[in-house]
Design a protein around this ligand. Structure first.
Ligand SMILES: C[S@@+](CC[C@H](N)C(=O)[O-])C[C@H]1O[C@@H](n2cnc3c(N)ncnc32)[C@H](O)[C@@H]1O
Length: 329
């Protein structure tokens, strides 16, 4: 008679680094600063200083998304685990501190957890702390840029019934809607037939609430934004004078997204990688957008990427949503 599957007492923890050479940071900075509307990719916010500032943002009174999503997870993690089902490999994009994931892991007890983050040290630290909290957990930690094609490392020896992408934090909002569809199509390919998606999405709301969430009184979001220039100075030998720039963030109701910019306070030059960039007074660098959706709007978007909505959980005041979806066959 077949023996029932026993969960290993000690999980296996492995790390992989799929990041390409440092040159891509320089190349992308130079390409972004050459655009008519200067722009820098938000993925470069997350060096050690940026990760630490992001964790501080999550605690700010104005920044409702983290505590609201955590509360949704705390209340509904059992239902989410039931939706994903036993034997579900959990693949998390932009796992960061994996704080929300803990609530899910506790309920789901997946055979394998795959955190993927561009911030390799932060991902390793979070995975190490998860391994202590859940000694049975198998972890394949991947340091990678999830906007690039990615083949995940295999993990043999555990039966996997289905794969699910977990993408909390409304990080999907950092893509424009057409980019978000492309990204979700890749996620659909990653989970394959029978796979699933569990995704946190920030909802449309009063402009005043949104403006404050991205421009807090204590100036932590400003420090997070300006750290991007500081990082360019540190790692690429740039000479941005930080005091001659300021943080700007606002909700554009017509576009349905937050825009975060760094504004030049004077006409000036800055140098990076041997190139000179000129700034007029008031000129900005676009550093991040954060799209806000209505629940039905997001469901329709995900359907275009090959996912069928199953259930959506929101908080009582309708600030934030978490969607469970199945991959369409
Ligand atoms: C807004 S934070 C969210 C963190 C966490 N998931 C949460 O819900 O609090 C975004 C996370 O995604 C990671 N990230 C951003 N862009 C990325 C990219 N292109 N590839 C991989 N990770 C990325 C960052 O390092 C950071 O940990």
């Amino acid at each position: 008679m077949a023996q029932p599957q026993q969960r290993p007492v000690q999980g296996v923890v492995r790390f992989y680094n799929f990041l390409s050479e440092e040159t891509s940071f320089l190349d992308e900075v130079l390409a972004g600063l050459e655009k008519p509307q200067k722009a820098l990719p938000p993925k470069y916010f997350y060096d050690a200083q940026g990760c630490s500032l992001f964790e501080q943002i999550c605690e700010l009174p104005e920044y409702y998304p983290t505590r609201t999503e955590l509360a949704i997870m705390a209340e509904h993690a059992p239902a989410m685990a039931k939706f994903l089902g036993p034997g579900c490999q959990l693949i998390e994009f932009g796992s960061g501190s994996s704080r929300k994931t803990r609530l899910l892991l506790q309920q789901l007890q997946p055979p394998l957890y795959v955190p993927i983050d561009i911030a390799g040290d932060a991902m390793r630290a979070a995975a190490g702390s998860l391994a202590q909290a859940f000694p049975w957990l198998n972890i394949n930690g991947v340091c990678a840029d999830y906007t690039k094609p990615l083949t995940l490392p295999a993990f043999v020896g555990v039966p996997i019934r289905r794969k699910a992408v977990y993408f909390p934090g409304s990080t999907i909002g950092n893509f424009t809607p057409p980019e978000a569809i492309e990204f979700l199509r890749l996620a659909r390919q990653t989970v394959g037939a029978g796979g699933a998606l569990l995704i946190g999405v920030d909802l449309k709301k009063d402009k005043r609430v949104l403006d404050a969430a991205y421009d807090d009184a204590a100036g932590v979001t400003a420090a997070f934004n300006l750290n991007l220039l500081a990082r360019i100075n540190r790692e690429l030998g740039g000479d941005f004078q930080l005091r001659r720039f300021r943080h700007r963030a606002f909700y554009d109701e017509r576009k349905g997204w937050i825009e975060m910019h760094i504004e030049s306070l004077a006409a000036q030059f800055a140098h990076v990688g041997g190139r000179r960039f000129s700034f007029s007074q008031g000129e900005t660098i676009l550093t991040e957008i954060s799209c806000k959706y209505a629940v039905d709007e997001f469901r329709a978007l995900a359907q275009r990427a090959g996912f069928a909505p199953v259930q959506t959980w929101t908080d009582a005041t309708g600030q934030f949503s978490v969607h469970a979806m199945n991959a369409v066959q």
